[in-house]
Design a protein. Structure first.
Length: 313
């Protein structure tokens, strides 16, 4: 077990001896290589030193020029930056002015918007009032249309009444023609009686007195007839005024019919008075034949006036 240790110690000693033998050669080589490297790096002769100085001066000049160019570039960049900063400041001032103007515009627009909102509110109120007014006008228009319909109905009723009066006028004209024929017959009879009276005047003076009395009575009857005609004219005027009032849309047809019936009764009464004043006896058939010449003429006149009045309305 000791033997390996001895061999190991021996090997270590031999290796140390060999190393000591080789160490000077290795050291010399290292010194030689280091010296060669230093000589390659550092100038040794005067020319090399001058060349090294020139190279250093050139490198320094190049470095200084590089620094100068960098300084010039930095100065130019600073100038450009100052120009850009000036432009930016001017733009900033312009933007500030524009912002101020925009603020003023916004304030003016807000004021205008408030005014417009006020106008819209007023317009809405006016529109509501106009809507109410239109509704009222529409209601009034509907009422006017209803009144117009009523007026048209009343007008149609009046036209029907006018047609009825025209029919009655035709009947009255027929009665007038009959009365005229009867008058002609009466005149012929009167002429015959006058001839007989004139023939008998020489025979009896009493007959002359009777004829004179008849003449006076005929004059009185004529006066009564004229008075009755005047009253009849007044009644016709009142009837025309009554028909003018009845032609309005608000009047009722029943009142016009009642007035017409009353006027007809009044005309019959006036005709009776004329007949009584003239002393002519009424015929027995029909029971109430009130169609003498005066009554027929007045009825024709009344129908003409009423027809003209209704046509004018």
């Amino acid at each position: 077990m000791v033997e390996p240790l001895l061999y190991a110690s021996l090997g270590a000693c031999v290796a140390g001896l060999i190393g000591l033998l080789l160490l000077p050669a290795i050291w010399a080589r290292a010194v030689r290589l280091t010296t060669r490297r230093l000589v390659g790096r550092l100038p040794v002769s005067l020319d090399e030193i001058v060349a090294a100085q020139d190279r250093l001066r050139a490198e320094h000049a190049i470095g200084v020029r590089t620094v100068e160019r960098r300084a010039e570039a930095a100065a130019e960049e600073a100038a450009r930056e100052r120009i850009v900063a000036g432009r930016a400041r001017s733009q900033e001032m312009g933007l500030k002015l524009e912002i101020a103007k925009l603020k003023e515009s916004v304030a003016a627009l807000e004021a205008h918007g408030a005014a417009v909102r006020g106008d819209l509110d007023r317009t809405g109120a006016e529109a509501a009032e106009m809507s109410k007014a239109l509704e009222a006008e529409r209601t009034a228009l509907m009422a006017a249309r209803r009144e117009a319909d009523e007026a048209r109905k009343a007008l149609s009723e009046l036209e029907l009444a006018r047609d009825a009066m025209r029919v009655e006028l035709a009947a009255t004209e027929a009665e007038l023609a009959s009365a005229l024929a009867q008058q002609a017959a009466s005149e012929r009879e009167i002429a015959r009686l006058r001839g007989a009276v004139q023939a008998g005047e020489a025979a009896a003076s009493g007959v002359a007195a009777t004829i004179e009395a008849e003449r006076s009575r005929a004059a009185e009857a004529e006066a009564a007839r004229l008075a009755a005609e005047r009253r009849l004219a007044a009644e016709i005027e009142s009837f025309v005024a009554f028909r003018a009032d009845a032609a309005r849309p608000a009047a009722a047809g029943a009142a016009a019919d009642a007035g017409l019936v009353a006027l007809r009764a009044r005309l019959d009464e006036l005709a009776d008075e004329i007949v009584r004043a003239s002393g002519a006896p009424r015929p027995p058939e029909p029971p109430r034949p009130r169609a003498p010449l005066q009554q027929a003429a007045e009825r024709v006149r009344l129908g003409s006036l009423v027809g003209g009045e209704i046509g004018a309305q």
